[in-house]
Design a binder for this molecule. Structure first.
Ligand code: PGA
Length: 244
């Protein structure tokens, strides 16, 4: 595990964008795994800036997103499909047919999970997966007590996650209770993982992930076993680590 600590959110976001850009330069047909939430927003902004200089193209890139709310379609402003269009895809030259996001309105959720996982297997795993982390140490929507061996599946969201994500909705009741998420096993198949965290409310989760016991109680702790993990932190998110 490589840990990079920068002064602030701006610097980690720039660094993350540069890592994604260099992946695309070195392998134009990269399979990129994207995350949503507040954390990667600025990374995507910097990635768009790099794209606009003409130095990179996403024409051959295939993307996979970590998760989607069950019950929200791509036109719903809180769906992750909408988020991705708004924050990244509408601003770069990625082809629509190369974008993969679980479909929250699918009538056959189990079948949808299986075909999503098959697609990941077909490309032999994602080349570079971007991750955020929840305050409860979740990655994707893999909540505490996760089954490490799970592939893409339907999850019931944790109360803590529902509360944390309610800031994007008009009320707590509006937050969907279920989501489709890549599983820990799907994430661990990625050839390289870059996890980004900032702010002091992520410090505990980062400590548990980096220095804690590997346990389903702290889903991100499994990443200690990944062979190519980079953790990008601001000072606050790194503040509880004793090993740095
Ligand atoms: P955040 O969410 O980036 O909005 O803090 C991260 C996560 O829950 O994985």
């Amino acid at each position: 595990m490589k840990i990079v600590i920068k002064d602030d959110f701006d610097q980690i976001s720039k660094h993350a964008a540069e890592l994604i850009a260099s992946q695309v330069v070195l392998k134009p047909d990269s399979k990129l795994g994207f995350a949503t939430g507040s954390t990667p927003e600025l990374t995507y902004k910097y990635l768009i800036d790099i794209y606009r200089t003409g130095r990179i193209s996403f024409k051959e890139v295939t993307s996979f997103n970590l998760d989607e709310y069950v019950g929200l379609g791509e036109d719903h402003k809180n769906s992750y499909a909408y988020y991705m269009k708004n924050h990244l895809f509408n601003h770069i030259d990625i082809l629509d047919e190369n974008i993969n996001i679980p479909r929250g309105l699918s009538e056959n959720l189990e079948g949808q999970c299986r075909s999503y996982e098959d697609k990941i297997d077909l490309v032999e795993g994602i080349d570079l997966q971007i991750l955020g982390i929840g305050r409860n140490c979740h990655i994707g929507f893999n909540e505490p007590d996760v089954k490490f061996e799970a592939t893409t599946h339907v999850v019931k969201l944790d109360e803590d996650t529902i509360k944390a994500n309610s800031r994007f909705f008009t009320s707590l009741e509006e937050v969907p209770r279920y989501a489709i998420s890549m599983g820990i096993k799907s994430i661990m198949k990625s050839k390289r993982i870059v996890l980004i965290a900032c702010g002091k409310d992520k410090a505990r989760a980062i400590k548990d992930m980096v220095e804690g016991k590997i346990t389903p109680q702290n889903p991100a702790s499994i990443l200690q076993l990944h062979q190519n993990l980079t953790v990008l932190l601001d000072k606050e998110a790194s503040s509880l680590l004793s090993s740095i």
